[in-house]
Design a protein around this ligand. Structure first.
Ligand SMILES: *Cc1c(COP(=O)(O)O)cnc(C)c1O
Length: 232
């Protein structure tokens, strides 16, 4: 099952990449394993998945413990400042930096460990009240501040697009995040890269790739529907 779904998704990624004059190597597939058991992760690893996304710190930590192989862990959910100390040094990338207070804590805890933490800045492109992230027009000022933090490396931007029936509706959202990344590049801030655009989920990843996504975060299309009644 997971094997077949992954095969299909990889085919779709390849086609969408072609439409934006890129290849499948330009796109990183993050298998969003939240709520799924360790066995599901192992099954995906057998198919070549090396990147996994989790949105809760506790669940991330228990999976990091359980999986001995060197996979890349992505924290994609809202991170509370008091939990930062647990994740520093465990993640390849924190996608969900949504406040300066959080960035400052990541800086502080990374300095303590003597490491640099890779992050993305989360943007609430559609300005939804229920979503985390900076507003579009705040991001350049935020980048100027993050540029001064030596233990943080900004690698790009992330957004969670609205849930829509027709994924075409999210095309303008993805395009805005891409355009923002171009505006940031023009600022020439030496510690800020915008190489990574983390956008697109099960429902709309093809459109996101067409609009420039370099990372897609896909859960249900790989693993099936999530069961929130079971605690992991
Ligand atoms: C759960 C989640 C995903 C994956 O969603 P699917 O619709 O299952 O692909 C992607 N990004 C974030 C931030 C998530 O929390």
């Amino acid at each position: 099952m997971i094997k077949d779904q992954l095969k299909e998704i990889k085919k779709q990624i390849k086609e969408a990449a072609k439409k934006s004059a890129r290849t499948e190597e330009d796109i990183t597939l993050i298998a969003v394993s939240k709520t799924y058991p360790v066995t599901a992760i192992q099954e995906a690893m057998l198919e070549g998945c090396m990147d996994f996304g989790e949105n809760h710190v506790q669940e991330l930590m228990s999976k990091v413990e359980a999986i001995k192989e060197n996979v890349n862990w992505h924290l994609i959910g809202h991170l509370q400042t008091n939990k930062v100390k647990y994740v520093i040094g465990k993640t390849a990338l924190i996608h969900s930096v949504d406040s300066l207070k959080l960035a400052e804590e990541i800086e502080k805890q990374s300095a303590k460990k003597g490491i640099v933490t890779n992050i993305l800045v989360e943007v609430n492109v559609a300005d939804e009240a229920t979503k985390y992230g900076f507003k579009l027009d705040e991001v350049i000022e935020v980048m100027k501040i993050l540029n001064t933090m030596p233990h943080i490396k900004v690698k790009g931007l992330m957004t969670v697009a609205p849930f829509v029936e027709n994924p075409e509706k999210n095309r303008p959202i993805f395009r805005k995040l891409y355009e923002l990344s171009v505006d940031i590049q023009k600022q020439k801030l030496d510690n800020i890269s915008t190489n990574i655009l983390s956008m697109g989920m099960s429902n709309d990843y093809q459109i996101a790739i067409e609009e420039g996504a370099t990372m897609v975060r896909i859960g249900t299309a790989i693993f099936g529907n999530r069961d929130y009644s079971k605690k992991n």
